[in-house]
Write a protein that binds this ligand. Sequence first.
Ligand SMILES: C[C@](O)(CO)[C@H](O)COP(=O)(O)OP(=O)(O)OC[C@H]1O[C@@H](n2ccc(N)nc2=O)[C@H](O)[C@@H]1O
Ligand SMILES: Nc1ncnc2c1ncn2[C@@H]1O[C@H](COP(=O)(O)OP(=O)(O)OP(=O)(O)O)[C@@H](O)[C@H]1O
Length: 288
Amino acid sequence: MLTLPSPAKLNLFLHINGQRQDGYHQLQTVFQLLDYGDTLAFSPRPDAKIVLTPEIPGVSTADNLIVRAAELLRHATGINLGANIELQKRLPMGGGIGGGSSNAATTLLALNRLWQTKLDLPSLAKLGVQLGADVPVFVLGNSAWAEGIGDVISPVDLAAKWYLVIRPHAHISTAEIFSQKKLTRDTPIIKVAAFLEGGGKNDCQDVVLERYPQVKEAVDWLNFFSPAKLTGTGACIFASFDSEAQAKSVFANRPEHLEGFVAKGVNRSPLHTALSRLDSVTGVSPSG
Ligand SMILES: C[C@](O)(CO)[C@H](O)COP(=O)(O)OP(=O)(O)OC[C@H]1O[C@@H](n2ccc(N)nc2=O)[C@H](O)[C@@H]1O
Ligand SMILES: Nc1ncnc2c1ncn2[C@@H]1O[C@H](COP(=O)(O)OP(=O)(O)OP(=O)(O)O)[C@@H](O)[C@H]1O
């Protein structure tokens, strides 16, 4: 059995710079990977079945990004094996923290190893983008600066911070927010340095706060302690702290109805750290 993490991400900022003819938005963002997420356990099957347990309520097996990632890898490589996959879900869905995309990336890397299909990371990232714009960053495994429609990715070294993530009770669809007329779509392009000096906001934030009062309430509460920002198209919001103790003490004082978690920001994905550890034990050279 191969048990691997499937971490969350935060968008430390999200600027929308324009929109392409095909409707996709040109954006700039920084993906901060977190040392917190779901866990997936994989074991190979000799038949060609992909069996996921438990199923996610409200998501059909055929739509599940884990199953879709497995089928995609099988189709791309022509391999005729299957897998049993056990999912331990901790990440809220529709939260803007990339749970589904991360599950897809973990599945691609895990099955590439179990099935010995030997694709390198850039090839797996190319497959992943067919499943969602956020999949490649999880496949490549570094906190990253991203441009284009989120597909032009370069690794970035971010200051070590602890994040308090609050999940208001709202499930927000990315497509719903990207289709709002009022969305800011003309933020000027910035340089990496401008972000590192403290720049950057989330252009989706005003639209989300207007449509979801429960998200606004959470932002207003968290702002009292540290500047709060939306991640992705929401619904989760976050603030950074210098220590775990600071983040946890604010979290302990939250209004009872707000859920969330405290997590450390990492430059390297816990998925890739776990795979490198396995490679050093088995003597296999790390892929990618
Ligand atoms: C907002 C971010 O979460 C930032 O990390 C991502 O760009 C969205 O990534 P994602 O959830 O993987 O998004 P996808 O599943 O690829 O796309 C969902 C929908 O969002 C819109 N979309 C997505 C990415 C993008 N650059 N422009 C868009 O307009 C499209 O309408 C698309 O149909
Ligand atoms: N394995 C999965 N885990 C979570 N969601 C899944 C999965 N498979 C399919 N989905 C579907 O994908 C949708 C988006 O899920 P996800 O958790 O990636 O949202 P998100 O955190 O808003 O992501 P992003 O920041 O990439 O927009 C869910 O609402 C669900 O219907």
